[in-house]
Design a protein around this ligand. Structure first.
Ligand code: ADP
Ligand code: MG
Length: 378
């Protein structure tokens, strides 16, 4: 697999428009341009658009409209999973307002098998690939984390942090940077998985923990960011081969990007809005800074989200963004915000490289063997 053309790959997925509503988001025949129009048929709209352009055009890597879950997966996620087997890190992020289809894209719907999203499909692809590559041995580990109000929660921790009364700081989930490894989440549980079924069971557990947690704390799951990660290590079965490759595949379902007004919200809601606005606006600032190549000023550490995603944003990673939008007129402003974010993301450069390592024990064995051969020759 090659690097993703040097920039973050950006797709827009348009949620199917109800047949009675007028769709204002249109994909052009090139499959890469999306046009967004004002509806000009009402007095109210006429008044509100004074001084604004009447249409907007955005060109991206792909526009996904009336496209099945399978095709979306094949175009967006499949190449990244393939790349992970060659030692490239990969990240897919879904961004957009609540209800636009982020979770549908990432996890899918339980209504039918056909409606499975990226996570279950990626797990299937991973284990099919492992079965196919008989000359390699693999280890796959999985983690699932949620960021809520600047707190990191392990959705697969044996002691559920969501019911535990220990303060998060004492539970010790911390974003850290380690030389040679980049960003790691200290304290996050990593679960070895040996089959697709194993992995799906853990996904189910994580979902249950998320639901129980959100009920216990009386909060809405669209107010948190979710990061699912697969760590893959592959080694040649040839014993003399000291090299091995590793990769990390992250699938990120971001919190709803709508600007939450502070008016009317209080208590918990106000706190949530403040944190979401903060983390998503820092994500945007991080992206702007990266696109400007002002790397030394990139505010990664300002929020947990940008810090946790540091490797995925303009780093050693094949990164793809899916901008999820509604097609209906009433969502015009939010759709434009999402598209502007997508346009900025397109300018971010990526530098994926194969994560190749040397196994010191095997290397020593190999050298010893060479020494014996040399001695015999002498
Ligand atoms: P978000 O996670 O962005 O808040 P969801 O993914 O939960 O939004 O989507 C909201 C609702 O719309 C869900 O019931 C979902 O099944 C449905 N939906 C979203 N996108 C699509 C799509 N492309 N096709 C069919 N249904 C969709
Ligand atoms: Mg969602």
């Amino acid at each position: 697999m090659k690097a993703h053309s040097g920039n973050v790959g950006v797709f827009v997925r348009i949620r199917p428009t109800a047949h009675f509503a007028q769709g204002l988001v249109e994909c052009l025949p090139d499959g890469q341009t999306v046009n967004i129009y004002h509806r000009r048929d009402s007095k109210k709209t006429q008044d509100s658009i004074k001084g604004r352009p009447s249409s907007w055009s955005f060109r991206l890597e792909g526009v996904l409209q009336d496209v099945s879950q399978e095709e979306v997966y094949d175009r967006v996620c499949h190449p990244l999973v393939q790349g992970a087997f060659d030692g490239y890190n990969g990240t897919v992020m879904c961004f957009g307002q609540t209800g636009a289809g982020k979770t549908y894209t990432m996890t899918g719907s339980t209504k039918s098998y056909k409606q499975r999203g990226f996570i279950p499909r990626a797990l299937q692809q991973v284990f099919q690939e492992i079965e196919r590559r008989t000359d390699f041995s693999f280890s796959v580990q999985l983690s699932f984390m949620e960021i809520y109000n600047e707190t990191l929660l392990d959705l697969l921790s044996p002691v559920s942090p969501l019911q535990d009364s220990t303060p998060p700081s004492a539970r010790g989930l911390v974003v850290m940077e380690e030389p040679g490894r980049g960003v790691v989440i200290k304290g996050l549980s990593l679960h070895p998985v040996f089959s697709e079924e194993d992995a799906l069971d853990l996904m189910f557990e994580a979902d249950m923990n998320r639901v129980t947690g959100s009920h216990a704390l009386n909060r809405n799951s669209s107010r948190s960011h979710c990061i699912f990660s697969l760590h893959i290590e592959s080694r040649s079965r040839t014993l003399s081969e000291a090299k091995y490759v590793t990769s990390k595949l992250s699938l990120v379902d971001l919190a709803g990007s709508e600007r939450l007004g502070k008016t009317g919200s209080e208590g918990q809601m106000l706190k949530e809005s403040t944190y979401i606005n903060k983390s998503l606006s820092f994500l945007e600032q991080t992206i702007l800074a990266l696109a400007d190549r002002r790397r030394e000023h990139v505010p990664f550490r300002h929020t947990k989200l940008t810090h946790a995603l540091k490797n995925s944003l303009g780093g050693n990673c094949n990164t793809v963004l899916v901008a999820n939008v509604y097609g209906e007129a009433e969502h015009l402003d939010e759709t434009l915000c999402t598209m502007h974010f997508a346009r900025r993301m397109k300018n971010v450069k990526i530098q994926p490289a194969v994560n190749e390592h040397m196994d010191p024990a095997l290397q020593v064995k190999k050298l010893q063997k060479e020494l014996v051969t040399l001695k015999e020759e002498m």
